[in-house]
Design a protein around this ligand. Structure first.
Ligand code: NAI
Length: 679
């Protein structure tokens, strides 16, 4: 009986439609693969002119292997068997005694693309929703259904390596240009085009010989050598082994057996488990952003500085009508210029760029307030001016407008004092740079209404960011956890440890950027103001060095000098190595302050559970994804070991290492976002 695949005959060809039961998107589980295999077996003995493989879901063709299923596999041999099953089914499809064609729309990813690669032809729907790719590397694995074997002959070796190593997805047009698909046509011509291909007798597409040159044996080792530095910049071999395996498999022209064996090992590795955990957390946050339809059309942003301009640009980019207000025309002019540059680089087509510009309105007088469904405040981080502004805003906006502040840490209750109706005020705390950092903290003040929170989450989902609920408390979640780590770095600088030593310790641990460079990038003035806000409630000392640099107007990257020096284009100048103090446990001091604060946040209920801490730190700061976030890292180290280390550092360096009382409450490590028993 068919639960997922539906087989029909049309004329003298078969049409196999995948519509996985109980799922909104098609994913390849063992069940789905076994059923497909049975259908193929039946077709093998038939006299047919061809087979069409397509999807019955509006969401797309096939989104990949079933991630939720493979986290249940814990034994490498079982994982290898799973890959072998996929390989066998694809081999059977490729070996059919008549041609086959995959008809692709929407997502065609991972195992889904590998299945399409086994067809004789691929036709894709020509629209922006079509995305093809092999994103396995992002989950710490590589293709396992013979994709590493079939892709290079089709698109050429360098393109195949690029797709597998970066995991990036391609539009229908890019895929056509590369030869990944044979034809792209509008929706209404898809089936007709597929039938024409089946009748055509066109030979299976092959990359031209020159695109296969890198695979020539004497060149292969050299190609790997050339690519390695690029891979190393993104993926330390100890942290992210998958891209290195992809290079090995390619260099050795590995067989399907080796591909399956290697996949088996990677699939059960700690890195992959953690990356899948992070992926599932992202999916869970996405669902929260889609839980209700948004009711916002017009967004008015006040403050066109670093954050306000970027928030406005991003919202317009995602289709909202946006007005942006500031005090001086030249500030708005700068924002308009920035918007134009951004839209041009992202949207390319001049007509689409113009449409985005039409949605983006500089608004010196604040006329947009009267039409706005949502007002986002992003002015200076001072409570007085913010209150004054909200008092004015409340008088002008419509009663149903949602009010939001991008404050980094001023309690919502204080800002809300200025409002007659503080229940409509919510925090929408974006991270810098907005276009890159996916997280938005949805801050709940004591008086914020559920309706306001729901609308804020839905808006965040609509602009394709990840909403994370946090309680209004100093620094919310992310800045609060980050700050002790940054301040410990400043202490290390004060003790004479070289900047490079500190930053390297953090990047070797797996952070995307060292804490010293991060402080410079955020801006030392902003770091100082957040540190000062937090110093009282969290009892943390603000190192003198930070005040000193801000006092000298050394504000970091934006002023050309902070801890490091920067050139006019903001590139860091490498300082000469200074005195290196080797006997200081740099990594341990940095990381343990961060973990201790993460535990404090959990104990105080800033977020509801350990998953939310992991999601916040990975999507808000880039915290080492291969470790799965601070809480997963704590789980892997064990609470007892961390408490001991904190006690040791407490003796040596003083009370800032005082272990939080949460360490003695293991129940705090409970998970909430991800479905139980997974990853
Ligand atoms: P900024 O100093 O770059 O920009 C503030 C802008 O607001 C300036 O252009 C100023 O002219 C304008 N402004 C001030 N008062 C105004 C008023 N009454 N009416 C209209 N415009 C006014 O500041 P930035 O960095 O963009 O920060 C804005 C807010 O976002 C702050 O609350 C900050 O804590 C928060 N934030 C900052 C982040 C960062 O990395 N810079 C990250 C996340 C939040």
């Amino acid at each position: 009986m068919s639960r997922h695949w539906h087989l029909e005959y049309s004329g003298n060809h078969a049409v196999l439609t995948l519509d996985v039961e109980g799922q909104s998107a098609n994913v390849l589980s063992q069940d789905v693969l076994n059923e497909f295999d049975k259908h193929l077996e039946e077709l093998e003995s038939k006299m047919l002119a061809g087979a069409i493989i397509r999807s019955g879901k509006t969401s797309g063709f096939i989104a990949g292997a079933d991630v939720r299923e493979f986290v249940t596999i814990t034994d490498p041999a079982r994982a290898t068997e799973f890959a072998q099953l996929g390989q066998q089914v694809c081999a059977r499809l490729e070996g059919l005694p008549f041609p086959s064609v995959a008809v692709i729309h929407g997502f065609c990813l991972g195992g889904g693309l590998e299945l399409a690669l086994a067809c004789t032809y691929r036709i894709a729907r020509d629209d922006p929703g079509t995305r093809l790719g092999l994103p396995e590397v992002r989950l710490g694995i590589h293709p396992g259904f013979a994709g590493t074997v079939r892709l290079p002959p089709l698109v050429g070796d360098l393109s195949a390596l690029d797709m597998m190593l970066t995991g990036r997805t391609l539009s229908a047009r890019e895929a056509r240009r590369l030869g990944l698909v044979d034809e792209i046509v509008p929706e209404r011509h898809l089936l007709h085009a597929a039938e024409t291909f089946l009748k055509s007798g066109t030979p299976r597409r092959k990359a031209p010989w020159y695109r296969r040159l890198p695979a020539w044996k004497p060149l292969r080792q050299g190609v790997v050598k050339l690519m390695s530095p690029r891979v190393r910049r993104k993926a330390h071999p100890d942290h992210y082994p998958a891209p290195w395996r992809i290079l090995d498999l390619w260099r050795d022209r590995a067989t399907e057996d080796r591909e399956a064996e290697s996949l088996g090992e990677l699939l059960v590795s700690r890195t992959s488990r953690n990356l899948v955990h992070v992926f599932l957390l992202g999916e869970a946050l996405k669902r929260q952003g889609k839980a209700q339809a948004h009711d916002i059309e017009h967004v008015h942003v006040v403050g066109a500085g670093v954050m306000g301009a970027d928030i406005a640009i991003w919202a317009a980019h995602k289709g909202f009508r946006v007005s942006l207000q500031d005090r001086a025309p030249e500030i708005l002019a700068r924002a308009v210029k920035k918007a134009h540059g951004f839209f041009k680089s992202k949207l390319k087509d001049p007509r689409v760029v113009q449409e985005a510009m039409d949605r983006f309105m500089p608004d010196l007088e604040g006329h947009g307030l009267r039409r706005a469904d949502l007002v986002i405040e992003a002015i200076v981080e001072k409570v007085g001016p913010k209150q004054e502004l909200f008092r004015m805003i409340e008088q002008k906006v419509r009663p149903q407008a949602l009010l939001a502040t991008n404050t980094s840490g001023i309690p919502l209750e204080e800002i809300g004092e200025a409002l007659q109706d503080p229940s409509r005020l919510v925090g929408l705390h974006f991270f810098n740079p907005v276009a890159k950092m996916q997280l938005v903290e949805i801050v709940r003040g004591a008086r914020t209404s559920e309706a306001a929170l729901g609308r804020a989450r839905a808006f965040t989902g609509a602009i394709e960011r990840l909403p994370l609920d946090v309680k209004s408390s100093p620094g919310f979640l992310v800045n609060r956890i980050l700050m002790p780590y940054l301040l410990e770095a400043v202490k290390l600088v004060e003790e004479g440890v070289s900047l490079i030593t500190i930053d390297q310790a953090a990047t070797e641990f797996g952070m995307p950027m060292g804490p010293v460079e991060l402080a410079d990038t955020v801006g030392l003035d902003i770091c100082l103001s957040v540190a000062e806000e937090l110093s009282g409630p969290l009892h943390i000392d603000v190192p003198a060095k930070l005040r000193e640099l801000v006092g000298q107007d050394h504000l970091g990257r934006k002023s050309g000098r902070g801890f490091y020096r920067y050139d006019a284009r903001g590139r860091r100048q490498t300082p000469a190595p200074e005195k290196i103090a080797v006997d200081v446990p740099v990594t341990e001091r940095l990381v343990l302050r961060l973990l201790n604060e993460a535990m404090a946040c959990l104990r105080e209920g800033v977020v509801t559970d350990a998953d939310a801490v992991d999601a916040g730190m990975v999507y808000g700061t880039g915290f080492a994804p291969f470790l799965g976030g601070p809480m997963s890292y704590i789980e892997s180290l064990g609470v007892t070991g961390i408490s001991h280390s904190l006690h040791r550092l407490l003796q040596e360096y003083g009370p800032r290492f005082n272990p939080d009382s949460g360490w003695s409450r293991p129940e705090l490590l409970k998970r909430g976002l991800r479905p139980s028993g997974q990853a």
